[in-house]
Design a protein around this ligand. Structure first.
Ligand code: KIV
Ligand code: ZN
Length: 510
């Protein structure tokens, strides 16, 4: 019988460690909801001891997920970390503590200053301590990819003896070659006493561009859990991309004697959500979810796919959620058509939610000929993002062009209901708009980055603006906004960043 491969998602923990990918609690909850739709087996929700924000996010994700998945929290092999993880998971229906430490010579000597004997004692202690809080304890042997084979056997045995239910073998630095990593996993399966009673997991990084290959090699050698992230985001070059490893298992299930329970039709939507929440775009030629993954440009290929799609496509795009839009939404569409399309996309809306989104939809449809699925998802993301807005945009008007001096008039509403208007000149329309916003909000900040990206198709595409601002103490806040008009996108993005800054530092609010 084929082996079920558990999908352990670490987008909210290792993925969030990508430079620039940090998410607030509300965004993490939106992602967790999507992970449930995907049907992942385990959600690693964060590293609770690292900050009060991370602790709170793990607690709220655990409440939201209920028994739909195991919710896991990371800790180092330190009592205070394990206690924080246990505390954050207090209301989880299926809690798992993930604890461990470095086991390679370089980690032991240079980072931990520990002998192998001390390390084995620490393994025994952290696992048995975590077991006091939950029956499900996953042990990670950090940098296992560069560890001595026989020491790794001793480490895994000590963890199992102390009560670990899952043994995680990470190639933390993405150093291994697939063949060698498979040999390592086979060696553990042959030599570790009790390994048949636990789940063997692989956690691979992409430093040599081989994270997916390494994970598959691990599965072929007997691992039954794969740790991964959506779009492969993560430390440095990232982690194994969930969509890649799952589709490879789906395609080669027979040879691998394996299957997963992932709802692959959710991949495209999940990918767009992560791009929207983190601002980390996907390269167009990225497997499965890249914009060109199902695009054919050469005449020979086009001729082939028109005759039979399979000539040049190994995956049916519909199976990963890149289906054709069936209902064409325009400004003449009614609520019923909109509800239907949102339902097709997996969003069940109450009448109140539908009414609010319908208004936003009509505003967008007035400006665009056609509203695509990506547009609808950006409406949902926009709604989810605006949850704790202190200032909201009531209006922005620009006058610019040659030889005019760019001038912006901005109208903002504060949570207390006060509406303020300001007008400013600038070197360009965006500069003028930012100056007008600053005149009202009056929070000292430094704009360090500004990028515009088209997130939908066509000449009337939605433009998403991502900006970064630095507070007086140097802390960085990211803001995003999308609209058919990039000045409006820029204003929304700037306010989004300032709202985040003010939520974090309410003492700066005037
Ligand atoms: O890469 C790694 O080793 C990790 C561990 C904390 C599991 O992320
Ligand atoms: Zn990692």
């Amino acid at each position: 019988m084929a082996r079920k491969i558990s999908i352990f998602d670490t987008t909210l923990r290792d993925g969030e460690q990508s430079p620039g990918a940090s998410m607030n609690t509300e965004e993490k909850l939106v992602v967790a909801r999507q992970l449930v739709r995907l049907g992942v087996d385990v959600i690693e929700a964060g590293f609770p001891v690292s900050s009060p924000g991370d602790f709170e996010a793990v607690r709220r994700v655990a409440e939201l997920v209920g028994d739909n998945a195991v919710v896991c929290a990371l800790s180092r092999a330190v009592d205070a970390d394990i206690e924080a993880a246990a505390d954050a998971l207090k209301y989880a229906k299926r809690p798992r503590i993930h604890t461990g430490l470095g086991v390679s010579p370089i980690h032991l000597q240079e980072k931990l200053h520990m002998s192998e004997e001390d390390c084995l004692q620490q393994v025994e202690h952290c696992v048995s301590y975590a077991r006091k809080f939950t029956d499900d304890v996953q042990f990670y042997a950090e940098d296992a990819g560069r560890a001595d084979y026989d020491f790794l056997v001793q480490v895994a045995e000590a963890a199992i003896k102390a009560g670990a239910t899952v043994i995680n073998i990470p190639d933390t630095t993405g150093y291994s070659l697939p063949d060698e990593f498979a040999r390592r996993i086979s060696y553990l399966r042959q030599h570790v006493k009790g390994i048949e009673n636990v789940t063997l997991s692989v956690h691979c990084h992409n430093d040599l561009g081989m994270a997916t290959a390494l994970s598959l090699a691990g599965v072929e050698a007997g691992a039954t859990q794969v740790e991964c992230t959506i779009n492969g985001i993560g430390e440095r070059a990232g982690n194994t991309a969930m969509e890649e490893v799952v589709m490879a298992i789906a395609m080669h299930g027979k040879e691998l004697d394996a299957y997963t329970d992932i709802n692959t039709k959710e991949f495209m939507r999940s990918s767009r959500l992560i791009t929207s929440v983190t601002g980390l775009g996907v390269q167009p030629n990225k497997a499965i979810v890249g914009a060109n993954a199902f695009a054919h440009s050469s005449g020979i290929h086009q001729d082939g796919v028109i005759k039979a799609r399979e000539t040049y496509e190994i995956i049916d795009p519909a199976s990963v959620g890149v289906g054709q839009t069936q209902i064409v939404l325009t400004a003449r569409s009614g609520r019923a058509a909109l509800r239907r399309r949102f339902e097709d996309l997996g969003y069940t809306l109450s009448d109140k939610e539908l009414n609010a989104l319908y208004k936003a939809f009509l505003q967008m449809a007035d400006k665009k000929k056609e509203v695509y699925d990506e547009d609808l998802e950006s409406l949902i993301n926009e709604r989810d993002r605006n949850i704790s807005a202190i200032y909201t945009l009531e209006g922005v008007q620009i006058s610019c062009g040659f030889p005019l001096t760019p001038t912006a008039t901005v109208k903002l509403k504060k949570t207390d209901g006060m509406v303020s208007t300001a007008c400013e000149f600038g070197t360009g329309p965006v500069d003028a708009m930012y100056k007008a916003v600053n005149k009202i909000v009056q929070v000292e900040n430094d704009l360090t980055e500004f990028t515009v990206q088209s997130i939908t198709r066509g000449i009337d595409a939605l433009g998403e603006v991502t900006i970064r601002v630095a507070a007086p103490d140097g802390s960085i806040y990211v803001g995003r906004g999308s609209d058919g008009d990039i000045i409006v996108s820029s204003a929304k993005a700037y306010l989004n960043a300032l709202n985040r800054l003010l939520n974090d530092k309410p003492e700066l609010l005037n």
